[in-house]
Design a protein around this ligand. Sequence first.
Ligand code: GRF
Length: 192
Amino acid sequence: MNKPFRIAIFASGNGSNAEAIMNYFSLHAQIQIAIVLSNNENAYALERAKKFNVPTKVFDRSQFQENSEVLNWLKEFDVTHLVLAGFLWLLPKRLIQAFPNKIINIHPSLLPKFGGKGMYGMNVHEAVKAANEKETGITIHEVNAKYDEGKIIVQASCPIKVGDTVDAILAKVNALEHEYYPRTIEQWILSP
Ligand code: GRF
């Protein structure tokens, strides 16, 4: 039997996408979740990982950017692919070079709209609402050295109604994320 593919999930906060991914792959024949990593020791994503018996690691900026600690963990855990799920730090070049075309991210808007610096979390949905957009959605893309500029793999959209609050927009986008991200990761890994 072929060796399984092994995902490391990077998450800084709530981790609802991390959970959807762990759930989807929990009994998968070819793809496993090897580890959940976070820059934030209070990230709820870490609690969610425990539920699935997935190991976790927390790192600080120097472990992430200035030395090879995180890279060593990834080797130790036999990681083949990196999945960013609400991860807020820019990846260091070293990490990007170690996983060429093997890093994926999800952004909660239809890129190139509402992407780039400062566009994360509620900022995105507030900007979408303020711009009176008629639709919004998600973009799943590969990661390169510039955030939100890697090759787009999938986009999916949802309509915005006139009375929709920012929370209502968030809920619609979250639903799309949980529906699309796990299976897009599966296809991206199995038929790159
Ligand atoms: C999601 O909206 C995702 O698109 C973005 O960060 C958010 C993370 O949400 N990259 P959660 O932590 O997975 O609930």
